[in-house]
Design a protein around this ligand. Structure first.
Ligand SMILES: Nc1ncnc2c1ncn2[C@@H]1O[C@H](COP(=O)(O)OP(=O)(O)OP(=O)(O)O)[C@@H](O)[C@H]1O
Length: 256
């Protein structure tokens, strides 16, 4: 069964996939990573994408973020059709409208926390608003660490720098790929609380790929992928509800 995920008509759509299919490779080695995915992400919402290994989570996120192309279907960021864009247009779109948080933090080791946070804006030739910068730094709790190098920060603090870097340019949407995958449970919880706060108090929109039911429970909604299709969705999830849904997907897969 394929589920078409619907959203509230009153909220603005920030990212949308319509009938997206993605084939990797050629001939006998060809793999269908996504098979006709329809999904929409609305403003001010925190969504987690879950599913077994190989179900297409990273492929979906990369396609939504303009980092990979579709085989069929369409992708929109706001009302802009990403699936038609040239590489140059995609680079500009990513710089101006999309934020990224990676499992490995991806901070530049020779730059201070503050310089890392401001780097995307400097590259785009933009100046930060001082008020917004202060608010973001305050929200992530890094005011006392701005002049430290990444090596002088804990893993959790480094990931909070990466979160601030994603937020400071006020992107329409932040894509986070296993943001707590390299953190212990306490630092992971801090980062997740921060991500949830940035949605609740700063109005950010976040789409996060995770394997961890507890991480997914911080989201407003969880969508579940199996074998390249969206097969289920939970709103206001608890970790137990996410675990139960994952188990039921496993048993459905075994029966099929
Ligand atoms: N560049 C590629 N070339 C060939 N096949 C690929 C490529 N990228 C992904 N795939 C295949 O597409 C399918 C979906 O992969 P994807 O990485 O999106 O899954 P995932 O759910 O993110 O997995 P994981 O949880 O293990 O990271 C898998 O079968 C994978 O082997």
């Amino acid at each position: 069964m394929t589920v078409t995920v619907s959203t509230s008509a009153t909220r603005q759509s920030v990212a949308r996939a319509v009938g997206v299919t993605k084939l990797h490779g050629e001939g006998e080695a060809q793999v269908a990573a996504l098979r006709g995915v329809d999904v929409e992400f609305t403003a001010g919402e925190f969504t987690a994408i879950m599913g077994p290994s190989g179900s297409g989570k990273s492929t979906l996120m990369h396609i939504l973020a303009g980092l990979d192309t579709v085989t069929a279907g369409e992708v929109f960021i706001g009302d802009i059709r990403v699936s038609d864009m040239s590489d140059k247009q995609l680079t500009l779109l990513r710089r101006s409208r999309i934020g990224f948080i990676f499992q490995q933090f991806n901070l530049l080791p020779s730059l201070t926390a503050e310089e890392n946070i401001l780097l995307p804006l400097s590259i785009a030739g933009r100046k930060p608003s001082k008020d917004w910068f202060d608010r973001v730094v305050d929200t992530v709790g890094l005011a006392q660490r701005l002049h430290h190098l990444p090596a002088q920060l804990s893993g959790g603090q480094q990931q909070r720098v990466a979160c601030a870097r994603a937020l400071v340019s006020q992107p329409e949407v932040i894509f986070a790929d296993e943001p707590t995958g390299n953190l212990d449970s306490v630092s992971g919880a801090e980062v997740l609380e921060f991500l949830r706060d940035s949605v609740r108090s700063l109005g950010q929109t976040i789409v996060m790929v995770t394997h961890d039911p507890r991480a997914a429970s911080y989201a407003d909604r969880v969508i579940f992928l199996t074998d390249g299709r969206i097969v289920d969705e939970l709103r206001d999830p608890t970790a137990d509800a996410v675990i139960d849904t994952m188990r039921s997907l496993d048993s459905r897969a075994r029966v099929a």
